[in-house]
Design a protein around this ligand. Structure first.
Ligand code: SF4
Length: 417
């Protein structure tokens, strides 16, 4: 579930190893550790030996920008960091951060966010597995390739047993412990089917289960919570109600927000957030998005850039600069120091191969890997040219099996699974 910073074994005495940072951990879980070995550790145990090349790669991934020289950044930025440290960032401060463009100040912002991430949640990178199980949708959102008026999609639906079997394999064979089940708003999956799905997964797998299934009645969500679902990934998309209404025909923002608040009361862990780069969206809107994520108690604030999709009204929309995404991540980290901020596939699609690394260094700490079966994945075209990386390295480094890794996850999420 989590990637931690590699250390070297300095000494071994009885059942304990002393590591290069001075901490002492049990060696009970790994075979024949030796002084000089690179290792990963958690909760007081060595959990994996790794090669020095792997240690280098992980260190590069987690290493931060060097701290900017505070004499070269404006007093306003210094004061803004101080306000963040007091938990007192106002909308004007957030807008100021989102408008930064001097390289030295951007570096200072990302570095500050990364330090806050390290201070509050250490070097844990949370790993989520995403399963997209249906690309049918009854809605017509202007930016989305799955909209019902796009007749060029190859439509698919996975059966209930098929989804359960995929989750079984992901959790019990590969070691994932957090799954996001995602679909369009597809009412072929009625309450009975969804309940059977959640129960079936929870019977076979010890897993934290997020649902991303769109606008359902609160009664449905209540039933799914009782069936064992843990969280919802349900973005409000934009805090600007007029923009929301324009982009989501027949929908109003208030309903979406009322649902989120009700789901939080039901006990769901909330993941929510917005799209960055919508036509007509302003910096004021983006600052409001961040404040709304906080107000809604988003455990996992979820943001992604608008990426144009063929056969949609926004097919010709412009793609935003990647730095705006990094600024959003960093600003969210300053406002919500303990949040799990994922690097989304959409971010990687516009940011390229190094974008995950850059996002971590700007305060992100979660990844979401697409585990949809190959034959379906290519048809889940929310937007064009979707990034896809086979994540074998992360599975090797960061997914452990057994009770200890569950204990680690439960400590992180503050919830029993
Ligand atoms: S964004 Fe979601 S609800 Fe809107 S069309 Fe796409 S899949 Fe459907």
């Amino acid at each position: 579930m989590c990637l931690t910073i590699p250390l070297k074994i300095k000494a071994i005495k009885k059942e304990m190893a002393e590591l290069s940072d001075g901490r002492k951990v049990s060696i009970a879980l790994i075979k024949s550790p030796r002084v000089g070995d690179w290792i990963l550790h958690t909760n007081g145990y060595l959990i994996k030996k790794i090669s020095s090349n792997e240690a280098d790669e992980i260190n590069k991934l987690l290493n931060s920008y060097s701290v900017a020289d505070s004499t070269k950044i404006s007093l306003r930025l210094v004061k803004t960091f101080e306000a963040a440290a007091r938990g007192n960032l106002k909308k004007a401060d957030i807008k100021y951060l989102l408008d930064l463009d001097r390289p030295i100040e951007l570096q200072a912002l990302y570095s500050e966010a990364n330090i806050i991430r390290k201070t509050n949640i250490k070097d844990h990178i949370c790993i989520h597995g995403l399963v997209e199980f249906s690309n049918h949708c009854c809605n017509n959102c202007h930016y989305c390739g799955l909209r019902r008026d796009n007749k060029k999609n190859n439509l698919f639906r996975m059966g209930i047993d098929e989804i359960i079997n995929v989750c079984d394999q992901i959790v019990n064979d590969r070691g994932y412990k957090i799954i996001v089940l995602q679909s369009g708003d597809d009412f072929w999956y009625d309450d009975d089917k969804l309940t059977a799905l959640v129960k079936g997964i929870k019977e076979k797998c010890r897993v934290f289960l997020y649902l991303s299934i769109g606008d359902r009645s609160l009664g449905t969500y209540r039933q799914l919570k009782r069936a064992g679902a843990n969280g919802v990934l349900y973005r409000f998309e934009t805090s600007n109600s007029e923009l929301y209404a324009k982009l989501h025909p027949g929908k109003i923002l208030k309903e979406r927000l009322d649902n989120l608040r009700a789901m939080e009361k039901m006990g769901f862990t909330i993941s929510t957030g917005s799209i960055i780069g919508l036509p007509g969206q302003t910096v004021d809107d983006l600052a409001n998005d961040i404040l709304l994520m906080k107000e809604l108690g988003a455990f996992m604030p979820s943001m992604g850039p608008l990426i144009p999709s063929q056969n949609t009204p926004l097919a010709q929309a412009k793609i935003i600069d990647f730095n705006l995404l990094l600024k959003m991540i960093a600003a969210v980290r300053l406002v919500m120091p303990t949040a799990r901020i994922p690097v989304t596939t959409a971010m990687e699609t516009i940011g390229g191969a190094d974008s995950r690394h850059q996002a971590f260094r700007a305060g992100a700490n979660s990844v979401m890997f697409n585990l949809t079966p190959d034959k379906y994945r290519k048809h889940y075209n929310i937007y064009d040219n979707k990034f896809y990386d086979k994540e074998k390295k992360y599975e090797h480094w960061a997914l452990f099996k057994g009770d200890l890794s569950y204990q680690m996850l439960e400590d992180e999420l503050k919830v029993k699974i």
